[in-house]
Design a protein around this ligand. Structure first.
Ligand code: UDP
Length: 314
């Protein structure tokens, strides 16, 4: 990530060694956090129940002397009895569109899992870092979406198990901050891609890449005019690392504001594939947001957040 000037921005790269517990450590984002913090000299305790995470993501670090792993469902409690923690980072949750197979588990990990993480952070005098989502904006009427927008969420729709779980998670995080003094952070993560995503996770980037590699038509849902803005995982991890060092407790958007329709995304994939790729139109899923784009003025002012990896070849 580039910065406007040469002043180093505070991040975990320059902090004293920390002891960090990460829920969802076997997931896509969680495993990249584990990797980054271990490389920086911190101690990491990973927790996952593998509902959507991958055992191979734990195996990557099992030999590392500063990594330990606890297999547990954090909705039922976080069985950590080790030394004092500096951070509890709650990244455990099935993600889009996987959560629709596990609606109750998704609600539980956003609700009970978040509270269990907050209690653990409180007991240790640790910081608590919540991974929230652009889904809290629902099908937005404000574009791009600033953190001050309250969103347009269907509270009973097929996406509600995720959207409302994360909205509750944000609410209880603010409640623990306001009434119990927990040092909290909340990020709203916009669509993110990179290595270690599950090939079968059903998201558009993984679907299109795998379809292109197999020579199959790309499945465009609806008419392909809906938009998303795709951020590379390393940019997200850098933003997280910086926000940990900033004393700011309200939600912060982390995403790449370069916006694409799904038809434009097909074109990008075609360019990368270097050959013609056909497409097949399929039914638009229920409540699929028509557009999504992060307003990152807050994060760029607060932590000099500036995504540096473009989606396409440009
Ligand atoms: N999408 C698509 N084809 C696919 C998978 C997804 O056109 O094979 C569309 C989907 O309808 C949505 C967008 O791509 O409009 C992003 O979907 P994804 O599940 O990746 O993330 P989210 O909807 O949560 O942003």
């Amino acid at each position: 990530m580039t910065t406007p000037d040469s002043q180093p921005v505070p991040s975990t790269a320059t902090s004293d060694p920390l002891r960090i517990l990460i829920t969802g450590s076997a997931g896509f984002v969680g495993s990249h956090l584990v990797e980054r913090f271990l490389n920086e000299g911190h101690t990491v305790i990973g927790v996952d129940n593998y509902i959507s995470g991958q055992v191979s993501n734990t195996e990557l670090f099992l030999e590392h002397p500063r990594f330990t792993f606890i297999e547990a469902d954090v909705s039922h409690g976080i069985p950590y009895e080790g030394e004092k923690l500096d951070w509890v980072m709650h990244f455990a949750s099935p993600a889009s569109p996987h959560y629709q197979q596990f609606p109750v588990e998704t609600l539980m990990v956003g609700a009970q899992g978040t509270q269990n993480g907050l209690e653990l952070a409180h007991a240790h005098g640790a910081g608590f870092f919540l991974a929230s989502t652009s889904e809290v904006y629902g099908d937005p009427h404000v574009h791009p979406q600033p953190e001050t927008y309250w969103g347009n969420v269907n509270p009973i729709g097929v996406r509600s198990c995720y959207d409302e779980a994360k909205r509750y998670a944000e609410a209880i995080t603010m409640a623990y901050h306001r009434s119990r003094g927990v040092n909290t952070r909340i990020i709203r993560i916009f669509n993110t891609y990179g290595p270690r995503m599950r090939p079968d996770d059903g998201r558009v980037i993984t679907n299109f890449v795998h379809q292109a590699l197999r020579g199959e038509p790309l499945t465009v849902y609806g008419d392909g005019s809906q938009t998303r803005s795709f951020q590379y995982i390393d940019d997200l991890v850098e933003g997280i690392s910086r926000l940990m060092m900033a004393q700011y407790h309200e939600p912060v958007n982390l995403g790449n504001p370069d916006e694409f329709t799904m038809l434009e995304l097909v074109n990008e994939i075609t360019l990368i594939a270097g050959r013609q790729v056909s497409k097949k139109f399929e039914r638009l899923p229920l409540d699929d947001p028509k557009m999504r784009n992060p307003d990152i003025i807050l994060s760029s002012n607060l932590i000099q957040f500036k995504p540096s990896t473009p989606l396409g070849l440009a």
